[in-house]
Design a protein around this ligand. Structure first.
Ligand SMILES: *[C@@H]1O[C@H](CO)[C@@H](O)[C@H](O)[C@H]1NC(C)=O
Ligand SMILES: *[C@@H]1O[C@H](CO)[C@@H](O)[C@H](O)[C@H]1NC(C)=O
Length: 337
């Protein structure tokens, strides 16, 4: 009954959750250590839609507010079930504590549309690790804004899809070997080797045992990218083989402040970057670098995803709400993109 801890820690918050927010319920899984949360389907046909946004918390600046406005319009049109955040939630250095007003200025006061008053599932990015990392993980934040949900690594289960949220920052060597002037809050991560091997083992077990129609993995760092940071070599080595061996359909990330779509040459995985939540236009895309690159946009924006039993549709939007790129995936036939 490993999953019940989540119910206990979340239950006081239920009093605050309006009826239209799906209540998070932990369900127990014997086989995996990763905590699993059930997101009940509200649509009769159990189809699912959600937005994906990354690298955002800058108190509305760098077009964060414009992106939010367009997210509100798309979320309304699609009647989304939830929002996925790919991390770097608060710049430059995460939250200073649970009372940091940046939580309101960069989150609650920005994503104000009615259609965005849904559950937000957040992972941590490297910038979040530069503050009080445990603040973002503290369920007490749900008393300030009931949408907030953030853990290091966890699973969200829905009728047709399972989402595996993975804490990717501890994988990256340079934060440990060359932290420059940054102080990282590694509480809960050390000893690092054990943390990573446990995480990989638990993820592998959970992915292997999953019977979900769609398997979607979310992390902050890209596996594949032709943007400023590029591929994350630690994830290519340690994470990618597990994704490929377990029929993962999509890997979603931020970190590079852009929108991009890369498909794998050796598997069905689609690599989808949504890191355009605020500061963008880095201008240093690696034009030579990529095999399988289908789309790259250097500016701000976000992604929507619609899923049903047979089809997935991913749409990328810019700051004006223009559709930049569409990805259609289908179960049963080989992917034709
Ligand atoms: C905001 O978005 C517009 C349109 O893409 C762009 O021209 C402008 O440079 C962006 N502003 C910033 C600060 O990135
Ligand atoms: C994706 O599918 C929709 C129908 O659901 C179709 O209208 C659209 O043209 C397709 N787009 C691409 C890029 O295949």
């Amino acid at each position: 009954m490993g999953g019940l801890g989540g119910t206990t820690s979340l239950s006081p918050v239920w009093l605050w959750i309006p009826a239209f927010i799906a209540v998070i319920v932990a369900v127990s899984v014997a086989s995996a250590e990763l905590q699993r949360f059930d997101h009940p389907s509200v649509k009769a046909d159990v189809s699912l839609s959600f937005l994906v946004i990354g690298d955002w918390g800058r108190k509305g600046t760098y077009n964060q507010s414009q992106v939010s406005f367009q997210m509100g319009r798309v979320a309304d049109k699609l009647n989304i079930d939830f929002v996925v955040s790919t991390g770097d939630n608060f710049y430059d250095d995460g939250l200073t504590g649970i009372n940091d007003p940046a939580f309101q200025y960069s989150f609650s006061d920005i994503y104000t549309a009615n259609s965005l008053q849904k559950q937000w599932y957040n992972v941590l990015g490297n910038h979040d690790y530069r503050g009080d990392v445990e603040a973002q993980l503290n369920p007490i934040l749900q008393n300030i804004d009931h949408r907030w949900f953030c853990q290091r690594s966890f699973i969200v289960h829905t009728e047709i899809a399972e989402f595996f949220f993975v804490d990717t920052t501890p994988f990256v060597d340079k934060y440990f070997l060359k932290p420059k002037d940054h102080k990282y809050d590694w509480r809960g991560v050390l000893p690092r080797k054990k943390y990573l091997s446990n995480l990989l083992k638990d993820l592998e077990t959970a992915l292997r045992d999953s019977t979900a129609k769609w398997k979607i993995v979310v992390g902050h760092h890209p596996v594949r990218s032709i943007g400023h940071h590029g591929d994350t070599k630690e994830l290519l080595t340690h994470l990618l083989p597990i994704l490929e061996a377990n029929n993962v359909d999509m890997y979603m990330n931020g970190h590079d402040h852009c929108l991009e779509h890369i498909s794998s040459t050796s598997s069905q995985i689609q690599f989808l970057t949504s890191g355009g939540g605020s500061k963008a236009w880095k201008g240093d895309v690696d034009k030579s670098g990529g095999y399988g690159v289908k789309f790259y946009y250097d500016g701000q924006g976000f992604m929507s995803v619609e899923l049903d039993q047979m089809n997935a549709k991913v749409v990328y939007y810019d700051v004006f709400g223009n559709v930049l790129h569409v990805v259609n995936l289908s179960k049963g036939v080989k992917y034709a993109i």
